[in-house]
Design a protein around this ligand. Structure first.
Ligand code: 8OZ
Length: 368
């Protein structure tokens, strides 16, 4: 058996002491109430996974216009705060730590999900060749409008407000979702961003919205409780850039210059194949970044331990295996078999495939 002990070396990440390097990746589960209040079972689901070095919550919209899928949670109303408060308390009672992932989908949405059936907003009025899931199942995303320049301050204020709500809800920090082709990525990458104002054109201009949002959120939380997620390979949601290496080198330096708690990178999106040129680019980008680095995408205990031992990662985030194994760190520690994730219960539904994956030792199950 490979030596996994390095996964259990405690570490400091910003203001956080992490007892291990196996983090729970953000996972969209579509089990919130229609108003965005997390569902009752979420408390149990997250508390069961409290042995993660850190839990990063499922993507959580910062505003009604930031929603892009059916039954995802929000963090902008008192009801959302009350719902999340129970979850953060249950995670803390079980000895865990949890950050809230702040999300705005931009153009990856559908008019049926938005207030007054409004069109989604994006950097430019370019429809994504992508799908979302709505009350009617999978549907093509709707045509967006270009977010007017004079509405950008209100968008940044929405991020600030959500960051404040997350604090009130008892989270330990926040992660700004800048990845996977959602709004902030739609400003970063020039396949979508065709703006001619201060938020488009040069790399510096395309980085401006992410930078402004980070500053607003840092103002609420302090830099040592804010992380950011990026996806330089642009594998999801029809995002692309003419020169991703230059763009993301600048993005990583911007993150480094702010001394964020961590940089979380989607190295491979589920369903995408091996990409050796992409891997080399990620390695070059990583080599130029000296902050706390969390890669994500297909890691298991062996590859996680190897990445950390070689200095390619400080911690690793794991999605699907954490979904199916509430006690994943313990399973990796003892080299136990893993439960298989059931894809048919990933998105939507109830307890099945959510809070019923067995622990190794059923007696240790958190009865939250
Ligand atoms: C899968 C399904 C829906 C949303 C992401 C928030 O890719 C997501 C997501 C993933 O970051």
């Amino acid at each position: 058996m490979t030596d996994h002990s390095i996964l259990f070396h405690p570490t400091r990440m910003g203001a956080m002491e992490l007892p291990n390097r196996i983090l729970m990746a953000p996972l969209t589960r579509n089990r919130a109430h229609p108003d965005g209040t997390p569902g009752e079972l979420a408390e149990r689901y997250y508390a069961q996974r409290a042995s993660a070095g850190l839990i990063i919550s499922e993507a959580t919209q910062i505003s009604a216009m930031g929603k892009g899928y059916i039954d995802t949670p929000g963090i902008y109303t008192p009801e959302h705060v009350a719902g999340w408060k129970k979850i953060t308390a249950a995670v803390h009672a079980a000895g865990g730590r949890i950050f809230c992932q702040l999300w705005h989908v931009g153009r990856i949405s559908h008019v049926s999900l938005l207030p007054d059936n409004r069109q989604p907003v994006s950097s430019s009025a370019v429809r994504a060749e992508a799908q979302t899931f709505t009350a009617n199942g999978f549907e093509a995303t709707s045509e967006p409008i270009e977010l007017p320049l004079d509405e950008i301050p209100a968008l940044i204020a929405d991020y600030r407000h959500a960051a404040e709500m997350a604090k009130e809800a008892g989270f330990d920090g926040v992660e700004v979702h800048g990845a996977n082709g959602y709004l902030l990525d739609q400003f970063l990458q020039d396949g979508v961003n065709h703006r001619e104002d201060a938020y488009g054109g040069s790399v510096e201009n395309r980085l401006r919205l992410l930078s402004d949002v980070l500053d607003a959120v840092i103002d609420v939380w302090g830099v040592d409780r804010v992380g950011v997620r990026l996806s330089p390979l642009g594998q999801a949601n029809d995002i692309s850039d003419s020169d991703p290496e230059t763009l993301f080198r600048a993005a990583y330096s911007m993150v480094a210059s702010k001394s964020l708690a961590y940089l979380h990178v989607v190295e491979s999106f589920p369903g995408t194949g091996e990409d050796s040129a992409g891997r080399e680019m990620l390695d070059r980008l990583r080599a130029g970044y000296d902050g706390f680095y969390i890669p994500n995408g297909g890691y298991d205990g062996n590859s996680a331990a190897e990445a950390i031992a070689q200095g390619r990662a400080d911690a690793v985030s794991i999605g699907r295996d954490f979904l199916a194994n509430p006690d994943l760190p313990e399973r990796l520690r003892v080299g136990a078999d893993l439960n298989e994730p059931d894809q048919s219960t990933f998105y939507g539904g109830g307890a099945e495939g959510y809070v019923d994956y067995p622990f190794l030792d059923e007696d240790s199950k958190t009865a939250a």
